[in-house]
Each structure stands twice: as C-alpha cells, then as structure tokens.
Design a protein around this ligand. Structure first.
Ligand SMILES: Cc1cc2nc3c(=O)[nH]c(=O)nc-3n(C[C@H](O)[C@H](O)[C@H](O)COP(=O)(O)OP(=O)(O)OC[C@H]3O[C@@H](n4cnc5c(N)ncnc54)[C@H](O)[C@@H]3O)c2cc1C
Length: 496
C-alpha cells in the first residue's frame, strides 16, 4: 500500500524557522509554557498589550498537535450550538457564541495586522451526513443557530465530492489556513523587544512562590509574575483538570486529486473531514478520518488502509502524498478549560475538543484580560474550577484498567528479545517490573520502563509512529523513551 511520505503536510510545505534554546536566567511579566496554537495566540495578545512574555517550547514551535491539525478555522465546531443550548440554555449560548465570534474576528485582524502569509482563504464549511436518517440532527442545529442569531442555512445542492448527498448545513465565509505558516508569523512578532521564544527548552518544574512563578529548564530559569500552561494537556495542573480529559486520535492523508475540492466539509456519520490547500506540489486535499480513542489497540496501519479505501471510493485520486496522525483532548461537557487556576497568577488552557484553531485565540482573549486585571464575560463558561466537586468516574475506571493490567510473567528478558522479530514491540512483566521493548529494523533493542512517567499507566505501542502511548492521559514517548507529548515531563527510564 503506497500512501506517500510519513510527515505532516504542513511541516513539509512551510519554510524552516527556529529559535535558540534557553541557556540563561530571565525575568518577564508572563511565562507561557508551550509553543502551539494556544501558547502563541496567548503570547501575541499579551505582547500587544505591552507585556514582556517568554514562550518556552519543549521541542519545536507548532510541531506537535498543531502540525497534525486540518486547520479549518470557524466560529462553529460540528453541531456544537444545539448541544450548548440543550445543555446550558440560551443565555449561556449567547455568551459562548460571542467568545467564538470574537476569537474568529481577532484571528482575521491579527493576520491582517501582522501581514502573515499563511495561505488564508475564505470558504464555505459544509456539515453533512451520508446517512439520511441523521438529517434531523442538522435541523436541530439550524434551530439552535436561529435562536442564537448565527448565520447558517440548509442547502440541497452540496458541491463536489458530495453532490450525491441530499442536504447539508452550510456556514459561509469560514476560513482555512496553513497552521505552521500562521504560527511562524505569530512567532516572528512575539520574539524580540524584551519578549522571547525558546525552542528545545522543556519545562521540567514549575514553582509557585508568593510573588513569582518559576519555570525551570535544563539550562536556564525563567521568573515571571504570571505563568500560562499551554502544553495541550497541562504539565502543571493545580486543580487536576487532567482527570476530566479524554484523548482521541485521527488519521490524515494528503492527496492530489484529478478534480480539486473547493470548500471545507465535515461528514459526521461516519466521521470524516475534507479540505484542500496550496502546496509545493500544487493544490492538495487533506482527508481525515478513522477517529478513535487513544486506548484502541487496533494495528494502526488498518486505519490508513480504511482511509485510503474511503478516499478511493469517494474521490478521483491522482496520488497519495502524505500520511500522519494526531490527537487532541476532549472534555466531558464539550467546553474547553481556560482561565486562572486555584493558584493565583497560574493560568491554563486545554480541552479543545478538536476545535483548537479558534479556541487558541479565545484562550488568548480570556487569559490576556485576566492578567490585565479586567473581568472576562466568559469566566463561568470555561473556568478550570468548574469540576471542583465532580467525581472522577472515567478517571477512576481508566486508572483501574491501565495501571493494573494483567500481563503474563516472563522468566527471561533475553529469551523474549531473542524471540522478537525486527520492528516488533512487546510489553512484558518480569523480575524488573513492567518493561516496554522495541527491536528496530537493524536488530537494536530498546528496553524501557513500561509505565508512563506521569501517573504510571501501562503504555501501548503505535506501530506506525513507533511511539509508546499512555492510554490514560495521552502522554507519548519515542522508542528511546524521550517525551513527545505532555502531560509527561520526564523520559522513560532506560533499563540496561
Ligand atoms: C487530527 C486533528 C485535526 C484537527 N483539525 C482541526 C480543525 O480542522 N480545526 C480546529 O479548529 N481544530 C482542529 N484540531 C484541533 C487543534 O488542532 C488542536 O486543538 C490544537 O492544535 C492544539 O493546540 P495546542 O497549542 O493546545 O497543542 P500543541 O500544538 O501540541 O502545542 C503544545 C506545545 O506544548 C509543548 N510542550 C509540552 N510539554 C512541554 C513542556 N514540559 N515544556 C515546554 N513545552 C511543552 C509541546 O511540545 C507542544 O508544542 C485538530 C486536531 C487534530 C489532532
């Protein structure tokens, strides 16, 4: 099966931009931990208000979740407004709408103001189902849009490649962009004049002192009056909001088509999304699907096979150019978590429910206002403190399942390694404890502690990405044990 290069289409079609790693101590007004869409949106708005910021990024700007995003930028996420009205009521819905319209308009203003070349295009955003019996769901969403006075309509003529689908809900004048080019534009603005961006500068520890916050990296310390944790799943979490996050994963293909797609589409049953973008090879389409919970043990190649089959059935494909995967985190109530924690001066943003392009900017607007001492109209909607008295039902079940998995005891690690084929992984239980082993294509073997360095859940293997994933909270490690994704901070112990 040929499905192209295994790299994010955005990373392969954006110029390089890099920043030094931190090698000294600095004092600023605000420390921002994490250089994805959230961290950079927040840093941009703070700098625009005249504050000095320092963004600390563990790896490279935008290189984790944001680089796997399909980057459809809209004031709506799939069928969100009917959920909001039916769960929280109209007044709440109006405030929620205002937050997302403000975020959407702010992004347009910033792209304009900073003159960011990020392949921005205005397109229509179609939401549809290939199953006609689900059409009532579209009507419910339209009712909610009308109640909140949000533009949107149902149409009976859906463009290519869904001409055979009878109905769709359409939002006109939505946006699509290249998220890496966009982040590069924000980064160029943030770095300089007393503000900083440092890459390859993982925050290993956060300290909450009376007057200051301290972020420690291997070779330097940043002192700030405020700290914002924007690491997707928080690495520092005074209110344990991580217990209310579920992790998902989706798979994407970049493909050249004989006939190009012009708009953005979300098919919600079964879930797929489609859009297109200019690349070095010409106009390329991105199809996303095979959505699953991170704990799904399926052979990950199967997801790409299914997606390729789906693409071949739906589209006139000229060539498959890219394949890559990514995951975001989801909250139980479908609302993001944005605001000040119970520790004064410590802010966080997380739980974007696969709608982070706009939510990153919504985070910026809220956190900027709070840091400036202004009130925010949206405090109660997104507050990190809203879970305070809620029981951790999902969390308890998850921990129970993945911390105490029954793994058969093995007498000899050496025998296990000899039995293993090249490019094979195993989790074993032996006298040294639970171990995660990977034998690469050259027969080199990597033996690691098999429990996540965050909360000790037993890891599992993604055979496409060659990574160990935590089924509890979504931390990811490469096969050498280095951290790729938060909330983990520390690498997996190597077992010699
Ligand atoms: C497949 C997929 C498709 C999506 N499509 C869309 C879409 O079409 N539209 C939309 O609106 N949203 C979409 N989303 C959601 C959106 O892309 C995400 O919500 C968003 O990119 C998350 O941004 P982030 O800044 O929170 O995370 P990230 O981009 O992962 O940034 C967090 C950063 O924190 C860094 N970090 C972690 N630990 C530390 C540490 N200890 N010290 C310093 N730095 C650290 C990481 O290295 C990382 O760079 C999609 C998501 C996925 C996965």
């Amino acid at each position: 099966m040929t499905i192209g290069k295994h790299v994010s289409l955005w990373l392969d079609n954006s110029d390089e931009l890099s920043f030094d790693s931190l090698n000294r101590d600095i004092e600023v007004d605000v420390i921002v931990v994490g250089g994805g869409i959230a961290g950079l949106s927040i840093a941009t708005l703070l700098k625009k208000e005249g504050l000095n910021v320092c963004v600390l990024e563990a790896r490279r700007i935008g290189h984790y979740i944001t680089s796997s995003s399909t980057a459809k930028l809209s004031y709506t996420s799939t069928l969100i407004y009917s959920h909001i009205i039916s769960t929280f009521g109209k007044e709440f819905g109006l405030k929620f709408k205002e937050a997302y319209f403000n975020g959407f308009n702010k992004i347009k203003d910033i792209i304009d103001d900073l003159n960011i070349d990020c392949d921005l295009r205005e397109v229509s955003f179609y939401i549809l189902s290939e199953d006609e019996t689900k059409n009532g769901i579209l009507d419910n969403e339209l009712d909610a849009l009308n109640e909140l006075d949000i533009p949107g309509k149902i149409v009976n003529n859906v463009p290519y490649p869904f001409e055979n689908v009878g109905r769709a809900l359409v939002h006109e004048n939505q946006l699509e962009l290249n998220p890496i080019k966009y982040l590069h534009g924000l980064s160029r603005y943030v770095d300089g004049d007393g503000s900083f961006i440092f890459e390859n500068s993982r925050v290993l520890n956060v300290e909450n002192l009376e007057e200051f916050k301290i972020a420690k990296t291997k070779n330097g310390i940043i002192k700030g009056k405020n700290i914002v944790i924007a690491t997707n799943t928080p690495i520092y979490d005074p209110d344990s909001v991580y217990k209310h996050l579920n992790q998902n994963k989706s798979h994407s293909l970049g493909l050249l088509l004989k006939k190009n797609i012009k708009d953005m589409f979300v098919v919600f049953n079964p879930f797929h999304t489609l859009r297109s973008t200019p690349t070095r090879k010409g106009e390329m389409s991105i199809i996303l699907g095979e959505h699953h919970s991170i704990e799904d043990p399926t052979n990950r190649f199967e997801f790409y096979k299914n997606l390729r089959r789906f693409s071949d059935d739906l589209l006139d494909v000229e060539s498959f150019e890219y394949f890559y995967s990514g995951g975001d985190n989801l909250t139980e109530d479908r609302l993001s978590i944005i605001g000040e924690t119970s520790e004064k001066g410590t802010y966080l943003t997380t739980g974007f429910n696969s709608w982070g392009m706009n939510t990153g900017m919504v985070s910026g607007i809220i956190i900027k206002d709070l840091i400036l001492g202004k009130s925010s109209n949206y405090l109660d909607i997104f507050s990190p403190l809203r879970f305070k008295n809620k029981k951790y039902k999902i969390e308890n079940e998850r921990i129970e399942k993945f911390k105490n998995m029954n793994i058969e005891y093995t007498d000899s690690i050496t025998k296990t390694i000899l039995e293993m084929n090249n490019d094979e992984s195993r989790i074993i239980n032996c006298e040294l404890g639970i171990l995660a082993i990977y034998k690469d294509n050259d027969s080199n073997t990597y033996v690691l502690n098999g429990k996540c360095s965050h909360k000790g859940c037993i890891l599992h293997w993604d055979n496409v990405e060659k990574i160990w994933e935590c089924p509890c909270h979504g931390s990811i490690f490469d096969y050498k044990g280095n951290v790729i994704r938060a909330p983990a901070i520390h690498k997996l112990e190597n077992i010699d």
